[in-house]
Design a protein around this ligand. Structure first.
Ligand code: NAP
Length: 242
């Protein structure tokens, strides 16, 4: 059966790398993005060169109606077999005492409410053999002191979402796993005010460097694929030893 996978936040970073990798192994792909249509179109053009069917849908994952539209567009490509719950945000890096409530709510809305809404659509539409991968973070266990503790706490919730959903969907033959990246070289660091964070972090990472988006994408593709047929409820750390 053809694989049809939804990748939220597929216009850049880990999501774009994942969409490219999945297309290379034959998945038809529906990518969501929030506002950068040009970036999404560029990823889409690359996906189509592999011969797969692909669509890009402007989808703010905080909005249940927009999430339904993304999944409807994916379903038009064929039976949905995969979801990569990836669209995520951090906040300006800083001390916990300075956290702005608006930033707190934004992180909870995108990284938790958005993931739940997308997983719900997936769970309603998927059948045996399908799989979900939630993109969590090594922050979930590190706590991110002095940076963004609220983000780390929400990523811990992602791990719990993964555990519960894996158990609830297992009787239907649907697997649910997570990846927990460490410091990965994407635009997310510039958006949190520290574009050089990947290089500055290298010294505290046992492997001595930040990771690349494709190094996370490879793990996501494995978790979605047949070699992970007995893997569910796992949180796979991809953090260079952090
Ligand atoms: P990124 O480069 O900043 O890309 C984020 C993606 O999410 C973009 O496509 C963005 O779309 C989309 N997005 C943001 N808000 C959205 C919303 N409300 N609705 C729908 N889409 C939205 O980030 P990344 O580093 O690849 O991160 C991807 C995931 O990995 C996130 O869940 C992040 O928490 C996690 N992660 C990243 C790292 C890291 O070091 N990079 C480490 C651990 C975990 P627009 O461009 O249109 O806004």
């Amino acid at each position: 059966m053809a694989q049809v996978t939804v990748v939220t936040g597929g216009s850049r970073g880990i999501g774009a790398a994942t969409a490219r990798r999945l297309a290379r192994v034959g998945h038809h792909v529906a990518i969501g993005y929030r506002r950068d249509r040009a970036a999404a179109e560029s990823v889409l053009a690359e996906l189509r060169t592999t011969g797969v069917r692909a669509v890009a849908v402007a989808t703010d994952t905080r909005d249940p109606e927009q999430v339904v539209r993304l999944f409807d567009a994916a379903a038009a490509l064929g039976q949905i077999t995969g979801l990569v719950n990836n669209a995520g945000v951090t906040s300006p890096i800083g001390a916990f005492v300075d956290l702005d409530p608006a930033d707190l709510r934004h992180v909870v809305d995108v990284n938790l409410v958005g993931y739940v809404l997308c997983a719900q659509q997936a769970a309603r539409r998927m059948t045996t053999g399908a799989a979900i991968v939630n993109v969590s973070s090594a922050a979930a266990t590190l706590g991110s002191p002095g940076e963004y503790i609220h983000y780390a706490a929400v990523k811990a919730a992602t791990d719990t979402l993964t555990t519960g959903l894996a158990k609830e969907l297992a009787p239907r033959g649907i697997r649910v796993n997570a990846v927990a990246p460490g410091v990965i070289r994407t635009d997310i660091h510039a958006l949190s005010g520290q574009p050089d964070r990947p290089d500055r972090s290298a010294g505290r990472i046992p492997l001595g460097r930040a990771g690349e988006p494709d190094e996370v994408a490879g793990a996501i593709a494995w978790l979605l694929g047949p070699d992970a047929s007995y893997t569910t409820g796992a949180v796979l750390r991809i953090a260079g030893g952090l």
